[in-house]
Ligand binder design. Structure first.
Ligand code: NAP
Length: 513
């Protein structure tokens, strides 16, 4: 199934400050606090294992509460530096970051592949997405402005005017997941800094290096010291960050369970939560079946299904189900599983062996309850075969739980109402897809689905966030998007001017009663 050779994390010269070579040749990474590359205060580290073969590819500073305190203090004390910098300078820093990322794209892409197993044919796309996100965010940041409100439209405020400003929140805590280790942190750090906030970032401990490389790009681009700080280490640091009184906003992307835990700690703060998803693809009987099958396969298997917007169950109308299944099986053959460093590989390992075992547990549960296994179904270490399950029964967990693996569960439906009932019962509400050629059905189904984004005749993909997305129900709070993210990281301040002393107040007409 796979060929594994020894895995080594090698980086170009611009990243040499970030690590020292350990006695066994494994690099020991520092973290980035107050503008310096530093170990944790007690010198401890944690091992980073690649899912490619489970070997240790790095050791990383294991920050503790004192380190987090230092990072937040630095962010708080240095926020004025970014706040007082002209907006055009912030844009120029972003332009430089973009250039550094593009010039070192191979290092970024290889790191993503080694950290989380994304095929090397795909990782450069994540790096390009960051550069594109930067470009679009720079454009949109210029549109963020304020308003002028004349007060004489209300008797309460006649004689006054107000201007409404958008100001930075202060310190933003950015907590990211493993599945887009470069893009998701950048989608938090870029808008936060464009909006003149300072940041403390806590990357996933499965994939901390991508975030550290990003921090290096910001440092080299001339971001003032202390405006971006990174704390690497276990999950509890995220809760400490969320509870810290000097942090004004938490932007969290990750699982629903941890997101709720973060929300419990972040009481009274601004909160953005991008949580788990269960995107149903609804294939109706008038759909283009070949197109639907092609899109559902790609939507389920890209990034080995480790996407919050992945198609994770297909609800296909009975009369076209056989044809749909046949088309799916033809296409699944093209998804080669193997070593993600091989350019021919389209599905690499999942993030770790436990993740693959969890996914396989969902497959076994469905088969035990009567689903028909048509393709795949096995795992070896962290590698899970692309898997097709037909006639999945309603009792199967895979119909309801987030899959986060390369599985295509197919559930046959009588009609669109049954599909809507299933989607309504789901605890998640991030994405859905509808395949139909009937305009009125598109509208009816799209309007009825309680999700943040519905995609018609394609699989859901948040991409660089050009279209806003986000969850309802257990999938989150707030909206991600280019300009939307910048505005979400700002607070409104109203300044009211009383013009009456200047003789500029408005005259009210005499009242008869
Ligand atoms: P996760 O386990 O929830 O972890 C996310 C982040 O939270 C990591 O940095 C993790 O640190 C940290 N964390 C863990 N325990 C914590 C705690 N008690 N308090 C505060 N922070 C804590 O998620 P994941 O497995 O990395 O990512 C996959 C999940 O993210 C999926 O559910 C997926 O749907 C979701 N996701 C959603 C979107 C979206 O746009 N809605 C996008 C991408 C991913 P450690 O790694 O150190 O434990």
């Amino acid at each position: 199934m796979r060929v594994v050779t020894s895995v080594r994390l090698e980086l170009g010269r611009i990243f040499s400050e970030l690590y020292e070579e350990g006695s066994d040749g494994v690099p020991v990474f520092k973290t980035f606090i107050d503008g310096s590359w530093t170990g944790s205060s007690d010198g401890s580290t944690f091992e980073l294992r690649t899912p490619i073969d489970g070997s240790v590819i790095a050791r990383v500073a294991r920050c503790n509460e004192a380190d987090l305190e230092r990072a937040v203090r630095s962010a708080r004390e240095n926020q004025r530096k970014i706040r007082s910098l002209a907006a055009i300078d912030r844009i120029e820093i972003m332009e430089e970051v973009s250039k550094i990322i593009r010039d070192n794209a191979e290092d970024f892409a290889r790191t993503i592949t080694l950290e989380m197993g994304r095929p090397i044919s795909d990782s450069p796309g994540e790096v390009r997405a960051v550069a594109e996100r930067l470009r679009l965010a720079m454009e949109d940041s210029r549109k963020v402005s304020g308003e002028y409100i004349p007060g004489d439209w209300s008797p309460d405020t006649a004689g006054k005017v107000a201007i409404v400003l958008r100001e930075p929140v202060g310190v933003v805590g950015a907590i990211g997941p493993f599945n887009y280790p470069l893009f998701i942190p950048s989608a938090k750090v870029i808008p936060a800094i464009l909006a003149a906030n300072s940041v403390v970032a806590k990357p996933s401990s499965s994939t901390p290096i991508s975030m550290l490389l990003l921090a290096r790009a910001f440092q080299l681009a001339g971001l003032p010291d202390g405006v971006l700080n990174v704390v690497t280490g276990p999950g509890f640091l995220g809760s400490l960050l969320a509870a810290h009184p000097d942090v004004g906003m938490i932007s969290f992307t990750g699982s629903t369970e941890v997101g709720k835990e973060v929300a419990r700690h972040a009481v009274g703060k601004m909160l953005h939560l991008e949580l788990g998803g269960k995107a149903y693809a609804i294939v109706l009987d008038d759909a283009d079946v070949r197109l639907s099958a092609a899109k559902c396969v790609e939507g389920s298997l890209r990034n080995a299904g480790q996407r919050c917007d992945a198609v994770s169950a297909v609800l296909v109308q009975e009369s076209v189900a056989d044809e749909f299944v046949e088309e799916v099986l033809k296409r699944v053959e093209d998804w080669k599983l193997g070593d993600p460093r091989d350019p021919a590989t389209r599905i690499g390992p999942l993030v770790n062996e436990q993740a693959a075992e969890r996914v396989n547990g969902l497959v076994r549960d469905a088969v035990e309850k009567g689903a028909v296994l048509l393709h795949g179904g096995q795992r070896e270490g962290a590698y899970h075969q692309p898997t097709v399950l037909d006639e999945v029964p309603e009792s199967a967990r895979v119909l309801w739980e987030e899959t986060f693996g390369p599985v295509i569960p197919i559930f046959r439906i009588r009609d669109e109402d049954q599909a809507l009932q299933i989607a309504e019962r789901s605890r998640y509400g991030l994405d859905a897809a509808v395949f139909t050629n009937n305009f009125y059905r598109m509208w009816r189904v799209a309007k009825a689905l309680r999700v943040g984004e519905v995609t018609i005749n394609d699989y859901p993909r948040h991409g660089v966030g050009f279209f806003p997305f986000g969850g309802v129900k257990d999938s989150g709070l707030g909206r991600e998007g280019i300009g939307y993210s910048i505005e979400e990281m700002m607070v409104i301040k109203t300044i009211v001017f009383n013009l009456e002393p200047a003789g500029l107040g408005k005259i009210r007409r005499p009242r008869t009663i």
